[in-house]
Design a protein around this ligand. Sequence first.
Ligand code: UD1
Length: 369
Amino acid sequence: MPKLDLVVGARPNFMKAAPVVEALRTRFPDWDVQLVHTGQHYDRAMSELLFEQLGMPEPDVNLGVGSGGHSEQLARLLVALDARFASVKPDMIVVFGDVNSTLAASLVASRMLIPVAHVEAGLRSFDRTMPEEVNRVLTDSISTLLFTTEASAEENLRSEGVDPKRIHFIGNVMIDTLMKHREAASAIDLPEQLGLAGKPYAVLTLHRPSNVDDEKAFQRIIGAIVEIARDFPVVFPVHPRTRARIAASEAAAAATNLILTEPLGYLEFLSLMQRASVILTDSGGIQEEALIIRVPCVTLRWNTERPVTLTGGANVLVGDDPGRIVSEAHAALRGDRAIDVEPPAGWDGCAADRISGVLGDWFGSKIAN
Ligand code: UD1
C-alpha cells in the first residue's frame, strides 16, 4: 500500500495540511500516511496550539530544525529530510504552500526520485525578492502533481511550460479548514475580552522581511497604523519576527488604541477577523480568508500571488504607502467599502476530498501499470 509523507513546518502549512491528512486517512485507511513536522516553527503559539485547535493528529515525527538564517535553516532542513526519506522510503511526498520546509522537502525528494505533490501550486507574485516566490517557482518545477487553488495558477504553470496533465485544479484546502471551524470561532468572545464589543476595529498582521526588516518600510507602516489607531482600535497579534522591532518603536508604545497581543490560536484569530471592519496584512493566506468571511482586506504589499482576491473590492494593495493605508482602512472602518464577490470556484470546503480523489487515481493507475 502507498506510503506518503506529508511535510509541514511553518504556521500557514498546518491549516492546509489538516484537511488533507483527514481526507487521506479516512478514504484510504490502509495507506501509510505520515505527518512529518520539520520544526521550522516551534513556539507553542506558532505550532502546538494550532495542531490542537485544528484537531490534527500529533506529527509522526518532528525533525526539530528550528530557526536561523535562511541558508542555515535550509541546510538543516535538507539534511534532516534526507535522513527521514532515506530511512522511510515514501512513495510520495506531499508539500504545502511556499515556506522553506516546502522547498527543502521537494528538493530532497526529487533527488531521491520520489514523486512530489504540491498543494497550492502555481501562485506567482512575480517578485523574486520574496523568499516565498523563489520557493514556489522551484517547488513547482520539480513537483509531479500540481494542485491549484485559482485559475491564475494554472495559467502561470502553463506559461512556464508545465505539462497540463500534471496540473489539477482542486480548490483551496485552507478554506476547507476555515469552513470547518467558523462556528467554533464565532463562539469565542475574544473581541469582547479586548473591550471591542460592538465597535468597529481593525486587525493587523505584519511579518514579511520586506516590511519588518527594512527600517524605512517598517516606520512608514507603523506611522500609518498609529494614525488609524487615533480613531479606531487596531488589534495586532505580533509575529516573533516582528517582536523586537515593535518593542523598540516609540510611536507604537505611545499609541493608546493599538492593542498588541502574542500570536493567537487559530480560533481566536478567526474570531477576531470575523468581527473586524478591516484586516490589514502582509500575509498571503489571510487575504484569502478575508474574502470568504467578507471582511475588507488591505494588503501591505505591492503585489499578490493570489489575484482572485482582488475581485469585487475584497482586497486592495497599498504597499507601505502611509496615505493609502490610512485612507483604505478608514473607508472600511466607516463602512464605505462594499464587497461584491462570490467565493471563487473550489473554495467550498471540499478541496481535500478532491486531492484524495486525484491521489487515489494516481496510485490506482500506478498499481494497474
Ligand atoms: C515563515 C515563512 C513565511 C510565512 C511565515 C508565517 C519562509 C521563508 N517563510 O516566515 O512564508 O508567512 O512563516 O509565520 O519559510 N520564530 C520564533 N518562534 C517560532 C518560529 C520563528 O521565535 O516558532 C522567530 C525566530 O526568530 C526566527 C524568525 O521568527 O528566526 C523567523 O522564522 P522563520 O521560520 O525563518 O520565518 P517566518 O518569518 O516565520
